[in-house]
Design a protein around this ligand. Sequence first.
Ligand code: SF4
Length: 191
Amino acid sequence: MHSFYPSQIIEYLYCPRYTYFEYVLRIPQFEEKFYKVQRGRQMHNEKLERNKNYLRKKIGVKEKWLDQYLGMPGLRGKIDEVLELEDGTFAPLDYKFAEWKDRVYETYQQQLYCYALLIEENFGEKVNRGFLVYTRSSNKIVEVPIPEESKAEIRKSMDAMLKIIGQNYYPKATKFKRRCLNCTYRNICIQ
Ligand code: SF4
């Protein structure tokens, strides 16, 4: 069975045709490579910013597991921190080498939803919130709710992606036409 990374699911949620062009027709995205180069440069600095216990004290953490590579049928990924909280629930924590801009980007939320599924599956514990740490804003911690319907949406996306890849299924275009303006695939995509 195919197993997807959160970044692939995030692309699908942006537009289902990304999955088709990238994983059926195997046309890579330029942005993806650029992202990887940028990410490599940031890794070193990011490591220096981690492991600050006072952050976990603020949230009320009982136990922590760092750099967890987790998998389940259809999904896999690496979570910066898996936390057990004082209320008995579990939560993912993800470091962002970025500034806090007064709102949580949808992609960050979707990433945490994927992590929630991975934690529930592997640790067998409930996840109803996650945390983001913005290292360029004095390690500001932002709590993100993780509702059941958001986890269900990720599961639905995984099934739809398996259909696209397994059956060479050409999905509908995104409903948001604005997204097509800067899309890598706009020259080959019939909308
Ligand atoms: S051009 Fe629009 S519909 Fe086509 S892949 Fe890009 S975002 Fe999706």
